[in-house]
Design a protein around this ligand. Structure first.
Ligand SMILES: Cc1ncc(COP(=O)(O)O)c(C=O)c1O
Length: 444
């Protein structure tokens, strides 16, 4: 299809009403689309919103979300309308759909919508952030040994394509005994005169350690006081395992960029994600994938670049997407806001604490996630003496408990207690781990 023509249809015919009439035929108008608010006053009522199987205890939803009812219904509404008339519906919602999604993300993060780029997952967000980061020759990015494959590979690819220099440092020696002072001082020591960015992950999926992002940002602010704007060290954070868990407003974290997939803890549609950056931090990041923002198209037709666009729309990867998922994302933000961000945080921390206490009490189990709530969130990583992590996961699955194995060089078994779990389920999971360590013939 000729995109340029199609987007002209969007702007001209839609505004003149021709497409609006078609869209009304093609699907439900957005105003009628909002479903009435569900009762989310108790955890069982929240659980009722999901089709997640009740046959298993699922402690691995941090990898990929099940969709709550309002998200499922929104996806269905958009999908039906797209199936009935894909072009008319997509063209008439291209701008409003993305704008509403950006606004919902901004409301959840307490930031400006134009500072939010829409992506398909965390990995794409990291790639567009690190791929487009303005680096002068000789400048470097410092990352850590604790980061995920997607951060390391985004930076490695950046180095392959541009010769940029990337250095990995260790922030803590032993995860379970890590301290804020140790982490902050190791980060500050790692920053040199050529460092332009520090690339970290808020909650490590390798160990469950949560970094003290605010303290790290404050320490970097001291370093930056002596630097020009173009040389400031940017604090870039993969926030995916805190997004939908912790309740801080993004600006209060003090970082420059926050990247997250929305299809994990947030229960957003699978294949959605965001990048938020402070307006000043976005400066110089031109993006790496052409945006489909209409203003960029118009600039292109005039032979101009889209540099004048706000950073979010300018850096959001274009091309057509699974729009039914992207445009259903506002429902996930609203779902969390309706439960209450603070309530979400308290519940996940309470379940994780219960899980850590249970595992720590088992003689042959080593907990690798700190007990401290300041240094942990919802991930719980552990080892069972004499049983490899994959085997732990397999044996749990045989008991209908879904866990995951951390995909890192040093691998652990991992639970991720979340809003769809109960304390009783945690007890069941801990008892199943205990059974692995019990002497043969012992009854548990
Ligand atoms: C810390 C971290 N970052 C990024 C990812 C990749 O996330 P996505 O599937 O949204 O790209 C993962 C995977 O779970 C992860 O643990």
């Amino acid at each position: 299809m000729d995109v340029k023509r199609a987007m002209r249809i969007d702007r001209r015919d839609f505004l003149s009403g021709a497409v609006a009439a078609g869209a009304a035929l093609a699907g439900a108008p957005r105003a009628q689309a909002a479903s009435s608010a569900a009762d989310l006053s108790t955890w069982p009522r929240v659980r009722d919103q999901f089709l997640l199987s009740r046959d298993t205890v699922n402690l691995a939803l941090m990898l990929l979300a099940s969709h709550p009812k309002p998200v499922r219904e929104a996806i269905d509404r958009h999908r039906r309308a797209l199936d009935e008339d894909p072009v008319t519906y997509a063209m008439s919602h291209l701008e409003t759909g993305d704008r509403e999604t950006r606004e919902a993300a901004a409301s959840y993060l307490s930031v400006k919508p134009e500072e939010v780029a829409l992506t398909g997952n965390t990995t794409t967000g990291l790639a567009l952030l690190y791929g487009g980061l303005p680096l002068r020759p000789g400048q470097e990015v410092v990352t850590t040994t604790h980061d995920h494959y997607s951060t390391h590979e985004s930076l490695r690819l950046r180095a392959v394509h541009t010769g940029a220099s990337v250095r990995k440092v260790t922030l803590y020696a032993v995860p379970e005994t890590a301290s804020e002072d140790e982490i902050v001082s190791n980060m500050v020591k790692a920053v040199g005169p050529k460092t332009r960015a520090v690339a970290v992950t808020w909650v490590h999926s390798s160990t469950g350690v949560k970094l003290p992002i605010r303290r790290m940002a404050d320490a970097l602010a001291d370093v930056n006081r002596k630097r020009d704007e173009a040389d400031r060290v940017l604090l870039c954070v993969d926030g995916v395992h805190a997004f939908g868990v912790e309740s801080e407003a993004a600006p209060d974290l003090g970082c420059d960029f926050l990247v997250a997939g929305c299809h994990k803890w947030l229960f957003g549609p699978r294949g959605t994600g965001i990048v938020w950056g402070r307006a000043a931090a976005w400066k110089g990041n031109a993006g790496i994938i052409p945006t489909f923002d209409w203003a960029a198209y118009q600039a292109w037709m005039r032979g101009q670049s889209p540099d004048g666009l706000p950073p979010g729309p300018r850096t959001s990867p274009g091309g057509f997407h699974a729009f039914e998922h992207r445009w259903a994302l506002p429902e996930a933000f609203r779902f969390h806001q309706q439960i209450g961000k603070a309530r979400v945080t308290a519940r996940i921390h309470e379940l994780a604490r219960h899980c850590k206490e249970g595992l720590a009490a088992l003689p042959k189990v080593k907990l690798h996630t700190p007990q401290s709530e300041a240094l942990s969130a919802g991930l719980v990583c552990f080892e069972v003496e004499g049983v490899g992590p994959q085997e732990v996961v397999d044996r749990l699955r045989a008991r209908k408990i879904i866990a995951s194995e951390t995909p890192y060089a040093t691998s652990y078994a991992r639970f991720s207690p979340g809003l769809l779990n109960t304390p009783e389920e945690i007890d069941r999971a801990v008892a199943a781990v205990a059974a692995m360590t019990a002497p043969k013939g012992a009854s548990l």
